[in-house]
Design a protein around this ligand. Structure first.
Ligand code: AHM
Ligand code: MG
Length: 337
């Protein structure tokens, strides 16, 4: 049987029609993100040829070396998004402060009602090794009434997200998004330059056989987490053990594999980094929205990720995300002293 031939834009518009009050602004934003990410995808593929790989020599707000492609991806997304006329603020993992969108970009519209958060190039330490990397985004409605967006607009709970998604630059470029009505995946066909639907309404298996964690940090983990991972590796066929370990070290790649096949991704807090490494606004919240829409679960170990109230833009959180029953089981072990 022939597959349905549906472009990303067609899908977004069809989804929008299901909401009688939709104005088309969110659809425009999603299309702008897709366009920016096509440009980033081209550059990721060409990076080795035009010397974009390697570091710029500066550090980002987290004290990590900024890769040239990180900067390029950040600039491309900001340039593509701020002219949309639908945004009042942008917050990026690569920028210390949020970027209020100047009214000059708001065109004729009296009010630009959306906020976007993104991690422009997640997993960027893998760039030089040709390992999959990605862009993660998250969209909210503003709380303030007019003018450029405020910090309060940017610091919203994940439950307020109206859309979220990610783009993987891998063996092919893939975009996955949700607007709160299921999770849908598209593959970029480079010959026609369009994202084409490959998977509608993705559902993550309730229970998996795969765990993903940086086990090099084992000695810094809590007792409960050590017990849990020891248990996952035990030879206990009746309990579905041992699990397989899969860890790329590129969140979008680890998350995407687990979304399709089932799995549990963990980036815990430890004695060195009590809140782990991943950022609530740029990484945890959008993936939590997606995983819940796919029937999975996302937790800090003690709280639903989407209910955490953010206090600052670059706040970190421990993250346990993936197949529902696995996350629930991890939470039980984490309560152990
Ligand atoms: P980045 O946003 O600076 O690229 O960092 C986030 C990345 C994730 O993609 C990945 O899951 C994690 O860092 C890997 O960290 P570690 O090397 O500590 O295992
Ligand atoms: Mg990241």
């Amino acid at each position: 049987m022939l597959r349905k031939f549906v472009t990303l834009y067609r899908h977004i518009i069809d989804e929008e029609r299901k909401y009688p009050d939709a104005t088309g602004e969110l659809s425009d934003l999603l299309a702008d993100i897709a366009l920016a990410c096509k440009v980033i995808s081209l550059e990721v593929n060409r990076a080795g040829l035009i010397d974009l790989m390697g570091v710029t020599g500066t550090e980002n707000v987290h004290g990590e070396q900024v890769k040239k492609l990180d900067e390029y991806a950040h600039d491309t997304l900001v340039r593509a998004m701020e002219v949309s006329g639908h945004l009042c603020a942008i917050a990026s993992e690569e920028s210390e402060d949020y970027i209020p969108v100047n009214e000059k970009f708001m065109g004729e519209r009296p009010l630009s009602k959306y906020i976007i958060h993104f991690d422009p190039l997640d997993g960027s330490s893998n760039i030089d090794a040709n390992i999959s990397i990605g862009t993660i985004f998250s969209i909210y409605k503003r709380k303030s009434e007019s003018g450029p967006g405020t910090l309060e607009d940017c610091l919203q709970q994940g439950t307020n997200q109206v859309a979220a998604g990610y783009i993987i630059y891998g063996s092919s470029t893939i975009m996955v998004y949700t607007t709160g009505r299921g999770v849908h995946g598209f593959t970029l066909d480079p010959t026609v330059g369009e994202f084409l639907l490959f998977y509608e309404n993705i559902k993550i298996p309730k229970r998996s056989k795969t765990y993903s964690i940086n086990e090099g940090n084992y000695t810094k983990w809590s007792e409960g987490l050590r017990k849990y991972v020891d248990d996952l590796k035990s030879d206990n066929k009746a309990a579905g053990r041992p699990y397989s370990a899969r860890y790329v070290g590129s969140l979008v790649a680890d998350f995407h594999r687990n979304l399709l096949y089932g799995g549990l991704f963990m980036y815990p807090g430890d004695t060195k980094n009590p809140n782990g490494k991943l950022r609530l606004l740029y990484e945890a919240n959008p993936l939590a929205f997606i995983v819940e829409q796919a029937g999975g679960r996302a937790s800090s170990g003690s709280q639903r990720i989407l209910e955490i109230v953010p206090l600052n833009l670059h706040q970190k959180t421990p993250l346990f995300i993936g197949s529902e029953e696995d996350v629930v089981e991890a939470e039980k072990y984490l309560k152990m002293k």
